[in-house]
Ligand binder design. Structure first.
Ligand code: SAM
Length: 306
């Protein structure tokens, strides 16, 4: 396997190029997109192999409405950063309509966010998905006192286990971000934590292991849920429940929204559930957080393995 060339996100290794880049960044922030585009182009003349400058050039071109130039710059960034730590592919997906969400980008995003995740999301963005999913589950079939095996997909810092704590559940958590998992570990609520991509993890789990599989605000990073639904059904016991939130959009299928998150059409969720032979027991239109003060459209689902 060819390993991607390592690069720093802080410096191109050329001081003059770094200075041009910093000026470009300032121009971008000031809304002077023509100057920003020119400064990033100058940066790339000096440091053509530095992915952050290609990504920045793409952002300036996008702001100027030049999608073709932006797409070309994003393709260059992806070629130089095959793991896509910077998420250039996510922006490219917004232009092309082909939804992608690279694991390395998601892991990097949340590693960086982990230390302030709880205070920022719960405090500033009014994030309520764990409590809302808990309320939905209680309403569907009150959570019993008997011990249940729960798989928390994309467990993050452990807010879902904290919301469900005290309900006699044994939690397994899986997440792409080691930084988020380190915080989840400190809750002392998980019997097992794994750093892995959730579908890859599910595929390694034995049949009929779990009573409940849950995913709070995670599928907005997973475009194709078809195989996730199939594998979740397999790892659930008969009568097992699958509860999750999604960010929705009024059109059809799956898109990458302007917020660089995955938006699923509710119809698509129903189609995937039917294909995986999971019954839709509850569907509740609900906003689980705010973005710049505006409630983000979404829905909660409870699916059942018959
Ligand atoms: C917005 S956070 C939500 C965390 C937690 N569920 C909660 O409610 O607080 C999304 C989490 O999903 C994880 N994630 C996203 N895509 C993933 C994937 N494909 N496999 C595993 N974890 C993923 C991220 O690393 C992040 O920790």
């Amino acid at each position: 396997m060819v390993r991607p060339a390592p690069f720093s996100t802080q410096t191109s290794g050329d001081l003059t190029a770094d200075r041009r880049y910093a000026y470009g960044d300032g121009a971008l922030g000031d809304g002077d997109f023509v100057a920003a585009r020119d400064l990033f182009a100058q940066t790339l003349e000096l440091a053509p192999g530095w992915p952050p400058a290609h990504l920045a050039l793409a952002k300036a071109c996008l702001a100027l409405g030049d999608e073709a130039a932006a797409a070309e710059a994003l393709r260059q960034a992806c070629a130089l950063d095959p793991e896509d730590r910077l998420g250039a592919g996510v922006l490219l997906a917004q232009i092309s309509g082909e939804p992608v969400m690279p694991d390395a980008y998601v892991a990097g995003l949340f590693d960086e966010y982990a230390g302030r995740f709880d205070s920022h999301l719960v405090g500033a963005l009014d994030y309520r998905a764990p409590e809302m999913l808990k309320a939905m589950l209680q309403h569907g079939d009150p959570l019993k006192g008997t011990m249940s095996e729960v798989l928390d997909l994309g467990c993050g810092t452990g807010l879902m286990a904290r919301a469900l704590a005290g309900t006699s559940m044994a939690f397994t958590g899986v997440d792409l971000s080691a930084g988020m998992l380190a915080v989840a570990q400190t809750t002392g609520l998980y019997r097992r934590l794994a750093c892995a991509e959730l579908l890859a993890f599910l595929m390694r789990e034995p049949d009929a292991r779990y009573d409940l599989v849950i995913a709070a605000d995670v599928f907005c990073y997973v475009p194709d849920l078809a195989p996730v639904f199939v594998e979740t059904r397999r790892v659930l016991r008969s009568g097992g429940r699958f509860a999750f939130s999604v960010q929705t959009h009024p059109g059809a299928g799956v898109i990458i929204g302007g917020d660089s998150r995955v938006h699923h059409a509710p119809r698509q969720i129903h189609d995937w559930a039917a294909a995986a032979e999971l019954d839709v027991r509850q569907e509740i239109p609900a906003s689980t957080r705010r973005d710049r003060g505006i409630p983000v459209p979404g829905a909660l689902f409870e699916l059942l393995k018959p």
